[in-house]
Design a protein around this ligand. Structure first.
Ligand SMILES: Cc1cc2nc3c(=O)[nH]c(=O)nc-3n(C[C@H](O)[C@H](O)[C@H](O)COP(=O)(O)OP(=O)(O)OC[C@H]3O[C@@H](n4cnc5c(N)ncnc54)[C@H](O)[C@@H]3O)c2cc1C
Length: 421
């Protein structure tokens, strides 16, 4: 029996009523940036708790997982419903820390490659806000070259034993589960000896260290895995088939901000608010009538409009096979360029006080801190150089970059750092 889909307009009215009744309105300027240093550990944990609470309320009110299948606790609705939600939620608090990477790419990978048991075990819990996930991909010796992972997984009966180190995991200290790429075969070329696992982050054998960044933020983490036992039932995809999973993992990461699986409030650019945030800052800084400020705000609005149109266009082009999956790198490139630019606009708006703020300088402080961290938008989720490589080689069909290790057994690839095997 087919169930009639709720109309977008009925859904929008229902979402609007829930948002007005339950969620606080927020200043768009407060949404600028991530990796800030203006919260204590307790404050950050309170934000995490509030995100979980909101996610649970969304779940109880049939608003969580709008495009996730009903059998895993989602609403089974369409991207148009998610779009309506994105419009209604703008200007309100929402469970920001549960969007990326929990819902995408992590849950997107689970949906695509997880067994039925894995999906039933985790996706409803994720949609209820009970599980926050992180991606354990980058390593101290391999970030761009993800396939060169040294973290090893060795089979031991029904389990695997993982050893190694992952790094740059945003918020791992307050997260629950990690999706982890590990090497299971050293005798084949690097892309053919990898496997993906999931594991709880808070367990013996997983040491999570926080890394202090340039602006004082301690949101980035490095994890050390020492003899971590992972049951084979927590393997995702085939043994040594990790690159197949990994390729889609990176696809979902690049498509993040046009993914119907995540909430991106309308008018927000990757890593920060759009023109609305700059307008709020201009008012606070007493520059609402300054023509130079108007130019900066205009540029932010232009970036916002390009983003709003570019991402659906990429998704449509891929859906109609005019663009292959690697075209997701075009969106990734734009997000990086615009994300970094918006922080520069914010900084220019603040003027000299953005470079040397004091206690009473309000909007100037985040402007200065975000400017220090602006390159993060060009690195996280894969660097812009790598995105450009993908676009030139995989989308435009230009010659592939020379690779000396592509066909060598990974064991024989020369490397400087000591390895754990
Ligand atoms: C905000 C943020 C969040 C992040 N979150 C996570 C996370 O949750 N989980 C996770 O696993 N990682 C995360 N990362 C790490 C991120 O994925 C890596 O930093 C990134 O992939 C680059 O790797 P690397 O730092 O090792 O730099 P490297 O790979 O050492 O690169 C150094 C420089 O060389 C360039 N380069 C390297 N190879 C090439 C090439 N073939 N052609 C041209 N240029 C090249 C790079 O573009 C870069 O400029 C995050 C990073 C940031 C900034």
């Amino acid at each position: 029996m087919s169930v009639e889909l709720e109309s977008v307009e009925d859904f929008r009215a229902r979402a609007r009523a829930f948002i007005r009744d339950n969620l606080k309105a927020i200043d768009p300027a407060s949404q600028f940036g991530s990796l800030r240093n203006d919260r204590t550990e307790e404050e950050e944990m309170a934000f995490v708790a509030r995100d979980r609470e909101i996610q649970r309320m969304l779940f109880d009110n049939r608003l969580a997982g709008i495009c996730f299948p009903i059998e895993y606790g989602g609403q089974g609705l369409t991207p148009a419903h998610q779009q309506a939600f994105n419009e209604e939620i703008a200007g309100h608090e929402f469970p920001q820390r549960i969007q990326a990477p929990t819902l995408a790419p992590c849950t997107a990978v689970l949906l695509e490659f997880g067994t039925e048991e894995q999906k039933q075990r985790h996706i409803p819990a994720i949609l209820k806000g009970e599980e926050i996930w992180m991606q354990l991909l980058s390593e101290p010796s391999s970030g761009s070259d993800v396939a060169a992972a040294l973290t090893s997984a060795v089979r031991d009966g029904d389990d695997w034993i993982l050893n190694g180190s992952k790094i740059w995991t945003t918020g791992a200290w307050w997260s629950d589960w990690g999706l982890c790429l590990a090497r299971t075969n050293w005798d084949v070329p690097k892309h053919r000896g990898l496997t993906v696992f999931m594991l709880p982050l808070h367990q013996d054998g997983v040491a999570v260290h926080r890394i202090e960044m340039l602006n004082g933020s301690k949101e980035f983490c490095q994890e050390f895995l020492t003899d971590v036992r992972v049951p084979d039932s927590d393997r995702i995809g085939d043994v040594d088939g990790g690159w197949t999973v990994g390729t889609r993992w990176m696809f979902h990461e690049r498509m993040l901000f046009s993914s119907p699986l995540v909430t991106v409030p309308k008018g927000e650019l990757h890593g920060g608010a759009g023109a609305g945030g700059l307008i709020a800052s201009a008012r606070e800084l007493g520059k609402a009538d300054d023509p130079a400020a108007h130019e900066l705000i205009g540029e932010a609005r232009m970036l916002e409009l390009v983003k709003q149109n570019l991402h659906p266009r990429i998704a449509q082009s891929m859906a109609s096979a005019r663009l292959n999956d690697q075209g997701a790198a075009i969106g990734r490139l734009f997000n990086g360029v615009s994300g970094s630019r918006i922080f520069t606009l914010e900084y220019d708006l603040a003027g000299p006080v953005g470079a040397a703020w004091g206690d009473g300088d309000g909007a100037a402080r985040p402007a200065g801190e975000d400017f220090l961290m602006r390159q993060a938008a060009c690195i996280g989720g894969g660097t812009l150089e790598m995105a450009r490589n993908v676009i030139s080689e995989r989308v435009l069909g230009m010659p592939r970059e020379k690779s000396v290790d592509r066909d060598l057994p990974f064991r024989d690839v020369p490397r400087g750092a000591p390895t754990q095997r």
